[in-house]
Design a protein around this ligand. Structure first.
Ligand SMILES: NC(=O)c1ccc[n+]([C@@H]2O[C@H](COP(=O)([O-])OP(=O)(O)OC[C@H]3O[C@@H](n4cnc5c(N)ncnc54)[C@H](OP(=O)(O)O)[C@@H]3O)[C@@H](O)[C@H]2O)c1
Length: 306
């Protein structure tokens, strides 16, 4: 089968290669998914799991990409809850071969059934962004109606979903990003938009929750915005700075079949819309990691036609 692989940790995106790999093995509780559409996360080539297994052993050549939508092709011994031929979407393990391939092996619990009226490209844009946004806002920051939330990178993969979820729960949503992102963020439900380059964070005032996807200086400066008892959640890097009288949380998204099903239902109801900024075939996945021009939203790799 065809897959995008990486072999050399120092090569960066230049090391992404279209390769021929053997068909994946279905271990106990695994599902082999025929991938129709796949998503990747900018920066995932820096994650340890891209290069080593859980025991820290080299596992190259490895296949990046951790979001997928496709069809169940085969079940491992003891795998229950899904059937061959069923449409599914979800996340692949960080330390196993991922979704930029014609077939991949995934634990069944990482997948949810995909309703027939949701296309694979849209579904592949949802798993990591959707689960991360939900877990950040509601599991870690306990955002509720009437609170104010500042969402950095509001037009990006995670931020664009977070804006929609926070708006729907009745929070006041302040989105940030680059100047070009203003209309997208406001269109998704942000009450106001802050251009980080032109305006900075000085005029923001106090907020109950900050969701940071950028890290570094933006994360550091955001601590001062958190009102007493509030929460700063970041997905960008482990926290070394804290609000004066509030919590700071870094977390890594966890698979959650029930939440994936809920997100898919929201999508069907028209309450949630992932932004797909670009779609490329598998052969162009390497260049899609470093697009020639800026993309708003997720880049999706179409691996097979529906
Ligand atoms: N911990 C976890 O579980 C977890 C889960 C998902 C993602 N992540 C990480 O979270 C980060 C965001 O993921 P994503 O999928 O949302 O990425 P994304 O789609 O690239 O979104 C990030 C957004 O923030 C904007 N941005 C970044 N730096 C900025 C700056 N200095 N000023 C203004 N805007 C800025 C980006 O614009 P530009 O593209 O123009 O920079 C983009 O619109 C990535 O580093 C990813 O690896 C972590």
């Amino acid at each position: 089968m065809q897959a995008i692989t990486v072999q050399d940790r120092n090569a960066g995106v230049d090391g992404l290669t279209l390769s021929e790999l053997s068909h994946p093995h279905a271990a106990e509780n695994d599902v082999i998914v025929e991938v129709h559409a796949a998503g990747f996360t900018p920066g995932e080539l820096d994650w340890p799991g891209t290069w080593t297994d859980r025991a820290g052993r080299d596992r190259t050549p490895s296949v990046p990409g951790h979001e997928l939508s496709g069809v169940v092709a085969e079940l491992g011994y003891g795998t229950t809850g899904l059937t061959v031929g069923q449409r599914v979407f979800g996340v692949t393990d960080w330390a196993r071969n991922g979704s930029l391939a014609q077939y991949t092996a995934v634990e069944a619990r990482n997948l949810a059934p995909l309703p027939a009226d949701v296309d694979h490209v849209t579904a592949a844009a949802l798993p990591i962004s959707g689960l991360t946004a939900w877990q950040a806002l509601f599991d870690h920051a306990r955002l509720t109606t009437g609170q104010t939330v500042l969402i950095h990178g509001a037009a990006g993969g995670v931020g664009s979903i977070a804006v929609q979820l926070a708006h729907e729960v009745g929070a006041r949503v302040l989105g940030t990003g680059r100047a070009d992102d203003r209309d997208t963020a406001i269109g998704l439900g942000a009450d106001a938009f802050i251009d980080l380059q032109a305006e900075g964070l000085a005029g923001v005032g106090e907020v109950d929750v900050v969701l940071d996807v950028i890290g570094g200086d933006i994360l550091e400066r955001s601590t001062a915005l958190v009102r007493p008892g509030g929460t700063l959640v970041t997905i960008a890097e482990p926290v070394t700075v804290h609000p004066h009288d509030g919590r700071a949380v870094f977390f890594v998204v966890e698979p959650d079949r029930a939440r994936l099903a809920d997100l898919a239902q929201r999508l069907r109801d028209g309450r949630l819309k992932p932004i797909v900024g670009a779609v490329h075939p598998l052969a162009e996945a390497a260049s899609a990691f470093t697009p020639a021009k800026r993309i708003t939203g997720k880049t999706i790799i179409r691996v097979a036609e529906d």
